[in-house]
Write a protein that binds this ligand. Structure first.
Ligand SMILES: Nc1ncnc2c1ncn2[C@@H]1O[C@H](COP(=O)(O)OP(=O)(O)OP(=O)(O)O)[C@@H](O)[C@H]1O
Ligand SMILES: [Mg+2]
Length: 758
């Protein structure tokens, strides 16, 4: 056995144990910043250096492509170029690759299309229409969500039928699900969920294929295991079943994807599935200051479900966490910007040391405007990605047809884009023919003269078919991808239409297409075997987070979800208000507060040196200024590590607002909105229930506390009610109040603005 590498000494004792662990299942459940990702990285390097496995016998699964790229680079630094041969990536990218090799075994070709959420939704919409449903009434998005959930739970259409048919929507879902699965197969296409569940089908049905990959992957390692869903769990279990060299790392407190079917039980059950599993704890946090860790700990302990873990740090206490109490979202953005400038000037931070984390994407807008105005460079992670733009998707749809003409969804997308006089009527006739004869639309188009459609449309179809065939020919004869693309853009009239339109929007679209050409050229130059199929598969799996560039000298703005696994010297967690973080309920679905709290925990633990929280007292919603309550989470943070700074604009705005409020009072105040007025005449923080500066009020003597069971109270939003029970002590006292017409609400006494009445 080779001598142990020097890099083993970059690790602490427990980490070393995990890295040296040789055979059999290994479970590492540990808190944020304790080096889980580092252990995976080093373990891979170690396995190769110790010749336990060749690089291409190791499979490592990460949550983003970016994480995989970074891990690979790091391993390369440790052991050199052989790291390039590792199988490393997200579940989606790794399994799409396996599926490409094995597609024929399950009735697809290796050039199968990958449908993103948008394509899948279009396909479902089309099916709904064919089945006589109005997509305005039966929303494709909702059916899509249900189908996706079923797929990830590995429930097949016929089972859905038996198990879930309780309501009309179940009925419709069952029917559409069945057709959708058929349709994807006809289109030689897979959606994102298929990339996870088709491998399971493949391995289930073809023992030899399963065995091949079991033998191939001698070691399997998974990061962020707490966020794997049932399908991911199943497929890795199948693969690891022979050698049982499965190493998973995760943190139950950071499980934030249950809305996508992530199942925390996967971590909890690991020991049951693998009785011989070795469990190694990591307890030292290397990332954050003591103050930050204390804040994180004080938050997460409010959750009822948690695995027992210890986390400590040798790092210093660090700065106190600052809560920025703002008037509104502009005030918030301005103050964050000022802090960034100030810290940069005083402490020598770079812009890239800062991150602004929010709960929902739209919150970036005001920050972007403010930062642009103040000349602070920033990079936005998330939002509409380049490859989701209409014009880019159109061109990709054309390209897809060149290798997978049976893909009806992509064909429908561009057959009349730009307009070539193939009307809706002709199209739906052609589509109906395709359905009747159980052929793809392309096959019908190829023989359009037999289809009996409107003559001018027939001619256009013929030209279209001839153009696609010619381009296919070009591709087959080995012409360069970039040249085929250019020719396509010209022959299809797509570029010409944009030039003729000549609006700013059309110009932007043109620029985006030119950028896509750049991407194609780059791909062609930097790949040994740059096939169109490989290009399309690669870009269809690019996600928002992959765009994040660590080297860029800019402030990062992203959602907390996207920030998972990352770290920044200075972090601002903004918009900490009720109904925003934690989110408000949508479609009457109950908000999963424990998951929101885990999300807040993830946000806090991204910070290395300095942490800011911020909230607004009012915020615009639907063009109206609405009063906001600060997030309950702020009141859960241990009070000795935070201090509150109230913005100076609050005082000025108070006067402005009073003026406005008086005006408002004259007009009819109730316009049907359940808007909460920003009433400055009432003290915002009532002495009896909360304070503005995190000085905690304790009700040590219950006589002083009027909020006893039976008391009649009034709440700002819910109106009058009666306390029916009470629990907890001191600052954690909770009451259940019955509000007339609103029902029971559990309220934290210190947070809820309750007044005793009567
Ligand atoms: N033994 C060590 N010595 C020095 N630095 C370390 C050590 N272990 C980890 N670190 C550093 O601590 C930071 C956190 O490590 P890492 O990202 O691996 O933690 P993690 O447990 O994966 O965190 P998360 O739960 O957020 O994903 C990184 O900057 C890493 O390089
Ligand atoms: Mg990590």
């Amino acid at each position: 056995m080779p001598k142990e590498p020097d890099f083993i000494h970059d690790l602490n004792k427990q980490q070393k144990r995990a890295v040296r662990h040789s055979e059999g299942p290994l479970l590492i459940v540990a808190g944020a910043g304790s080096g889980k990702t580092r252990v995976l990285t080093y373990r891979i390097a170690y396995l190769i250096q110790q010749q336990k496995a060749a690089p291409n016998e190791i499979l490592a699964l990460t949550f983003t492509n970016k994480a995989a790229r970074e891990m690979k680079q790091r391993i390369q630094q440790l052991i050199g170029d052989q790291a390039k041969k590792l199988w490393m990536g997200t579940f989606h990218s790794v399994f799409s690759k396996i599926l490409r090799y094995e597609a024929e075994r399950i009735g697809f070709t290796s050039d199968y299309s990958i449908y993103d959420m948008d394509d899948a939704k279009n396909a479902i919409k089309q099916i709904l229409k064919e089945q006589g449903y109005d997509p305005k009434e039966v929303k494709p998005r909702i059916i899509q969500r249900r189908i996706s959930d079923a797929k990830n739970e590995l429930i097949k259409p016929d089972h859905y039928n038996q198990k879930f048919v309780h309501s009309t929507l179940d009925d419709i879902t069952a029917k559409i699900y069945g057709i959708y699965v058929e349709r994807l197969k006809q289109n030689n296409a897979m959606d994102f969920d298929d990339l996870l569940i088709k491998p399971i089908e493949l391995f289930d049905e073809h023992e030899d294929v399963l065995e091949k990959y079991q033998d191939r992957f001698k070691y399997i390692l998974i990061d962020e295991y707490q966020d794997t869903n049932h399908a991911q769990y199943k497929v890795t279990n199948m693969l690891a079943n022979k050698y049982k060299n499965l190493c998973v790392v995760g943190d139950d407190a950071q499980s934030i994807y249950s809305f996508r079917g992530a199942d925390i039980r996967n971590i909890l059950d690991f020991k049951n599935d693998y009785e011989e599993a070795v469990k190694i704890p990591l307890e030292q946090n290397y990332r954050s200051t003591k103050a930050i860790l204390k804040a994180a700990d004080s938050i997460i302990k409010n959750n009822s479900q948690q695995l027992d873990k210890t986390l400590w740090t040798d790092n210093g206490m660090g700065e106190t966490i600052t809560v920025l109490d703002n008037y509104d979202e502009r005030d918030e953005a301005n103050r964050v910007a000022d802090y960034i400038r100030d810290l940069k000037a005083r402490k020598g931070y770079d812009y890239s040391d800062f991150a602004i984390l929010y709960r929902t994407n739209y919150q970036s807008r005001v920050f972007e405007e403010t930062f642009r105005r103040k000349g602070i460079t920033y990079q936005l992670v998330g939002g509409l990605s380049f490859y989701q733009r209409k014009e880019v998707k159109d061109v990709l749809a054309y390209l897809t047809l060149l290798i997978n003409p049976d893909d009806d969804t992509n064909l429908m997308r561009i057959i009349n884009e730009p307009s070539r006089g193939i009307g809706n009527k002709s199209l739906s006739d052609l589509m109906a023919k395709a359905r009747e004869s159980n052929q793809s639309l392309w096959r019908i188009l190829e023989n359009v003269e037999e289809a009996d459609v409107y003559k001018p449309a027939e001619n256009s179809v013929k030209e279209f078919v001839a153009m696609i065939n010619e381009l296919k020919q070009d591709l087959a004869s080995g012409k360069k991808l970039i040249n085929v693309t250019k020719k396509l853009l010209e022959r299809s009239g797509y570029m010409k239409a944009l030039v003729e339109e000549n609006t700013p929007k059309a110009m932007t679209r043109r620029e985006n297409i030119l950028e896509l050409e750049n991407a194609i050229s780059y791909f062609e130059k930097n790949n040994n075997n740059p096939t169109l199929s490989a290009f399309l598969q690669e870009i269809s799996l690019i996600t928002d987070t992959d765009k994040y560039d660590e080297e860029k000298p800019a402030v990062t703005m992203m959602t907390v979800h996207a920030a998972k696994g990352l770290e920044f010297p200075v972090v601002f967690v903004v918009g900490l208000e009720e109904e925003l973080f934690p989110v408000g309920s949508r479609n009457n679905e109950e908000v999963n507060i424990e998951e929101e709290r885990r999300l807040f925990y993830v946000a806090i633990t991204r910070a290395e040196e300095q942490l800011f929280f911020s909230h607004c007292r009012s915020r615009y919603k639907y063009g109206e200024e609405q009063r906001k309550l600060r997030s309950r989470f702020l009141d859960e943070v241990s009070s000795d590590v935070v201090r509150t700074e109230t913005g100076s604009s609050i005082k000025q705005d108070k006067e402005r607002f009073l003026g406005k409020k008086n005006n408002k009072d004259k007009s009819s105040s109730n316009n049907g909105n359940t808007k909460v007025e920003y009433d400055w005449k009432k003290p915002l923080y009532n002495k009896n229930n909360r304070s503005s500066n995190n000085t905690q009020i304790h009700y040590d003597n219950p006589d002083e506390d009027p909020f006893q069971v039976g008391a009649k109270v009034e709440h700002d939003v819910f109106g009058p009610g009666k306390i029916i029970s009470r629990s907890g002590k001191g600052e954690r006292t909770k009451v259940v109040v019955f509000f007339k017409g609103r029902g029971r609400k559990t309220l934290m006494l210190r947070v809820a603005k309750l007044q005793v009445i009567g």
